[in-house]
Write a protein that binds this ligand. Sequence first.
Ligand SMILES: [Fe+2]
Length: 371
Amino acid sequence: MHPIFPQETFLPAKVLFKKGGLSDLAKETVELGTRGMIVHGTSLEKDNLKEKIADDFKKAGLSIEFFCRPQGEPTLDEISSVIAKGQGLKIEWIVGIGGGSVLDLAKAAAGLFHAKEKPVYYQEGGALERPGIPFVAVPTTAGSGSEASLNSVIINPEKKVKLSIRHKDFLARKVLLDPDLLRGLPFAVMCHSGMDAWVQAYESFISKNATWFSENFALKAIQLISRHLVPALNAGRDEDLSGLMLGSFFSGVAFSHSRLGVIHGLAHPLGVLYNVPHGLICSVCFAPSIKLNLEAMGNQKYSIMSQAVGMDLLQKIHELQKTLKIVSPFKGKPLLDKEKIISETLHSGSTAANPKPVTRDDVEYLLREIF
Ligand SMILES: [Fe+2]
């Protein structure tokens, strides 16, 4: 029988969904301790946001330090840098304000704050001895769902691999969803991160670990993102930004309880080798994955998703890619390290949740479709 409920649920203790909610951040953080660090990306430099936040925390009587990270995906060494800086300051909590990379870094640094070993030990499956310090997530993109998930995706530059560090204590203590933070995002960032959230919701919906609980979050995410992504990109109205932000959060809640699928298994090695935006890789694998999984997911799931997007799902994806001018960044490029890509895809925890058991031939099919 199809399970209704996961064995265990992972939901942040408090989710504040509020336009302009960023101004409540200091108030929400007070109970976690008086000293903390805000890990952020370049988005915080705009509109004097950083100064406003510093002022709010000062008024609340909290001592804070900022850690600005460059663009690109976080590495193991970067986690150690945040922890070293935080330990020097005796911080009690970490807030991440940014896109998926910022949140993943802040989450891993908070989660491993009291860890005995270096981050690589936990990325390679070592057990975490004790919990870290509280993590508060403030997403500024609608995409990764990191604010709702238990894992941080981190690059090991030496081994050229991108793997999750995953632990239930990594879950954000609080999540602040402020749709105003999506305003003014560059087109490509909003487009790729929105597609990532959609693909995550799709992979969660058809995952072999799906439950009624995860499916409902996934389906609502599919509906919200398909309805609001293009209008949000074009006009940035409040209702579209809110829909997109909630869709991304629901996508994160869904896949935290079901894992993902072969698209994410393949996107990680490709992302490291070609340095292409994660959401773009997911977008171009979307239609081929549906064709691959059609029989395994069953007609019912396909038609439920089609209903949620208001038309045939494959046709919708095709039209959307045309509208958003999404083309494969791999076309015409040589396929590097094919064996490494295939091996990592087949051994990925995401691939393990794919409804069709994935074979080498299946990965080769996906690669042929996108290269
Ligand atoms: Fe993703």
